[in-house]
Design a protein around this ligand. Structure first.
Ligand code: ADE
Length: 248
């Protein structure tokens, strides 16, 4: 997969993208990340990238001619869509990560200050992504969040021990709880079924705890999702347990 990033601060990306799984993915040629400094596309001798907003007010706006020169360059080397990171974008979710990994190439534009001139957004940006309802100092951290989320879905990036199919959100549910040795930690023991070696029972327990966790913590995730017959049955079991506990 190829990702091109337009940013005023390329050095911010070095640590997070060069370390651990993403670093390994690049070493193995599964992921290529190209960082482009927006300032390199400024033509004046002071390499100015921003200007005051028309109408006055606080903040600065990135100059459209500079940003468009950057986007045009990136488009000449990366055939994928150009995505702008902004708190006004569509909320980034696992499903969108799945779409992006299927595309195999895309570019990210990181805003700063008051962001992009509206005419750039209208004419040169294919999609806008927000990573949450809060405002960061720039689009760099959101760009890294998007790259990390998408890169781990590239076939071969995660080892077998790190597979993503059981992740929270991948199947539309939160993931089940995990345990490792010791069996007894500070008086709390591991659920017996996980020691049984009975794969079918373990699978059922995990599905049930995954549903239980989702019902309790993120019931909104279930609203837009149709439950399988097995899930409906498990949900009934959970509801029975809850009403028994509630009544006692
Ligand atoms: N830039 C600043 N805040 C952001 C956010 N929440 N998502 C995406 N880009 C941003």
């Amino acid at each position: 997969m190829r990702v091109d990033v337009l940013t005023l601060f390329p050095s911010m990306f070095e640590g997070p993208l060069g370390t651990s799984i993403l670093g390994r993915a690049q070493d193995e040629g599964l992921l290529e990340i190209y960082l482009w400094n927006i300032r390199d596309f400024a033509k004046d001798k002071h390499r100015i990238v921003d200007d005051t907003p028309y109408g006055g007010g606080a903040g600065m706006v990135l100059k459209p001619d500079v940003v468009v020169a950057g986007i045009s360059h990136v488009k000449s080397v990366n055939p994928g869509p150009v995505i702008y990171l902004t708190p006004q974008g569509a909320l980034f979710k696992q499903n969108q990560a799945k779409e992006l990994v299927a595309l195999n190439s895309f570019s990210l534009v990181c805003g700063h200050y008051e962001g992009l001139d509206e005419r750039v957004r209208k004419g040169y940006i294919d999609a806008e992504i927000s990573i949450g309802d809060y405002v960061l100092t720039g689009g760099e951290l959101p760009a890294m969040v998007v790259i990390d989320t998408v890169a781990r879905l590239i076939p071969g990036v995660l080892g077998q021990a790190e597979s993503y199919e059981t992740d929270s959100f991948y199947s539309g549910l939160l993931e089940h709880p995990h345990y490792t040795r010791p069996f007894n930690f500070e008086g709390e023991v591991v659920p017996e079924v996980l020691l049984s070696g009975h794969h079918e029972k373990i699978r059922h327990w995990r599905r049930k705890e995954s549903l239980r966790r989702t019902v309790i913590r993120r019931p909104d995730l279930l609203e837009g999702r149709s439950l399988t017959l097995q899930e409906q049955k498990i949900l009934q079991e959970i509801n029975k347990e809850i009403s028994v506990k509630g009544g006692s």
